[in-house]
Design a protein around this ligand. Structure first.
Ligand code: NAD
Length: 501
């Protein structure tokens, strides 16, 4: 059985720990590889490699660092097909969705190629008589990324391109469920000319994470995953004096107004609810329909479209499937449990995804697309993140009730409104408590040159990922105030606080 390695100081090294985790092809249910959970010593070795590499890498000219990323970008493009296949094979998402994920990651690499421009700092001449001031945006040192299973390429690429471009070194701890793709990225970075030790991958779980969170050589931690773990990461990293950004779970609502373009909205909702089998932090899992007629029209249309949704393996199908399996048998059972609970708590189950199987892939971790109507805020399927192909429709009487519902939810990652009324959309953008807002756009994921992040319990820490926030997160500012002697008059020592004088 192939074992997925660590990547430390430019070399693939198989872990020596005792705990081994199986990696499955979710479309077939078969084990395809295994990965060894790194020990504390192995994790420390990766941190040491990153620490050793920091001096040389941080002193390189920013343009030289950017050139490595330019070459990495070209290699990503050349290898797009094989990388997308790895993602689809281990995660289950369909091939075109895997290409989409890689493309969104690639866009952050493109953004990072331009970082010399964003890392220039500030300069003010004559802040006092004969005194100039300038700021340096310096790298932090060893930075860490801890990432979830659902975007094995994109989420690590939200982090390390910016971290490396600004002069830091990096240790990535990817999800143990689909660890092959991050390793492939490490090999491409080496091929692009990245010096050994600048980027390292440690496979593993809590044992490795806890070393990364507490080791004094680590300066900053970026995390993306579920909310309870995000909170733990933020608290532990902060308690150990590290800068931390920890992005958590979500329950993304959209409001469907009666005046919306129903065909446009239904297509958007289908893709956003069932794409990647709902395993996206920006998946749309709740539609708040304003008015019974709106809800009825939507559900009737969704029923028709769900009936023809192509569900199956992510690779080698013509025409391509639109929705793949879930990540694991355990997650499949969890999602089926949520469907049971929605039914038991009185929601109207309009499309039931239980008992679903795909011909010749009967052992795959599939759940069929599921639609609940008449969901209420007390129900478990409304309150909790399901992370599966389960869409809930909540009926409300007016816009104000819809926005109040969203604002009351504990999560605030993404949200959207479907309407033709510009005034209503504008008010929504003002009032809604969420970090990313779409107007007739169902998954409003910001581009690489903007920043990505939610509100409320969808994020811990003040800075979002990528864009300007990403540059700020991976740099610290030093402000230099300088006076040069030739014009100086000798006024003797000054003991009061310096002012403009
Ligand atoms: P997860 O929280 O189970 O795991 C994320 C990472 O944390 C993994 O690397 C895992 O090994 C590690 N981890 C797990 N348990 C740990 C523990 N007890 N101590 C230390 N480390 C631990 O998340 P997941 O199931 O891989 O991913 C799905 C979740 O990620 C969903 O909740 C989804 O909403 C969220 N997510 C959020 C965003 C966002 O941008 N907000 C993006 C993608 C995914």
């Amino acid at each position: 059985m192939e074992t997925v390695a660590n990547f430390i100081h430019g070399e693939c090294v198989t872990g020596s720990g005792q705990r081994v985790q199986a990696i499955f092809n979710p479309a077939t249910g078969e084990q395809i590889r295994q990965v060894v959970m790194s020990t504390a010593q192995e994790t420390e070795r990766a941190i040491a490699a990153a620490q050793l590499a920091f001096n040389g890498w941080s002193r390189q000219a920013p343009l030289k660092r950017a050139r490595v990323l330019f070459r990495f970008k070209a290699l990503l493009e050349q290898n797009m097909d094989s990388l997308a296949r790895i993602i689809s094979e281990e995660h289950g998402k369909v091939y075109s969705d895997a290409v989409g994920e890689l493309t969104r990651g690639l866009e952050v690499v493109e953004f990072a190629c331009g970082i010399p421009h964003l890392q220039k700092g500030e300069h003010s001449a004559n802040v006092g008589t004969g005194v100039d001031s300038h700021s340096l945006m310096q790298p932090l040192g060893v930075c860490v990324g801890i990432t979830p299973f659902n975007f094995p390429a994109m989420v690590p690429m939200w982090m390390f391109p910016i971290s490396l471009a600004t002069g830091n070194t990096f240790v990535l701890k990817p999800s143990e469920k689909d660890p092959s793709l991050p390793l492939a990225l490490a090999k491409l970075l080496k091929e692009a000319g990245l010096p050994d030790g600048v980027f390292n991958v440690v496979q593993g779980d809590k044992e490795a994470v806890d070393v990364l969170l507490t080791d004094p050589r680590v300066q900053a931690v970026s995390f993306v995953g579920s909310t309870p773990i995000a909170e733990y990461i933020y608290q532990t990293a902060s308690a150990h004096g590290k800068r931390c950004q920890a992005l958590g779970g979500a329950k993304n609502h959209c409001i469907l107004m009666p005046d919306a373009d129903m065909a446009m909205a239904t297509n958007a909702i289908m893709g956003a609810a069932y794409g990647a089998a709902g395993e996206r932090c920006m998946a749309l899992s709740v539609v708040v329909a304003v008015g019974d007629d709106t809800a009825e029209a939507l559900c009737a249309q969704l029923e028709k479209q769900i009936a023809v949704l192509r569900v199956g393996p992510g690779l080698e199908q013509t025409p391509e499937n639109e929705m793949g399996p879930l990540i694991s048998a355990a997650h499949r059972s969890k999602v089926l449990g949520y469907i049971d609970s929605g039914e038991a708590q009185g929601a109207t189950l309009r499309v039931d995804g239980r008992g679903f199987s795909v011909k010749h892939h009967e052992q795959g971790f599939f759940v069929g697309p599921t639609l609940f109507d008449n969901v209420t805020p007390e129900m478990t399927i409304y309150k909790e993140e399901i992370f599966g192909p389960v869409l809930s429709v909540v009926r409300v009487k007016d816009y104000a009730s819809a926005v109040a519902l969203i604002n009351h939810h504990e999560y605030g990652n993404g949200t959207a409104i479907f309407t033709r009324d510009g005034g209503c959309a504008r008010r929504f953008c003002e009032e809604v408590q969420a970090g990313m807002v779409g107007v007739n756009v169902p998954i409003p994921v910001p581009m690489a040159f903007h920043s990505f992040g939610g509100w409320k319990r969808s994020i811990f820490g003040p800075l979002n990922v990528h864009g300007n926030d990403g540059v700020r997160f991976y740099t610290r500012m030093k402000t230099v105030t300088a006076r040069w002697p030739e014009m100086q008059q000798d006024n003797g020592a000054a003991f009061s606080m310096p002012t403009l004088g």
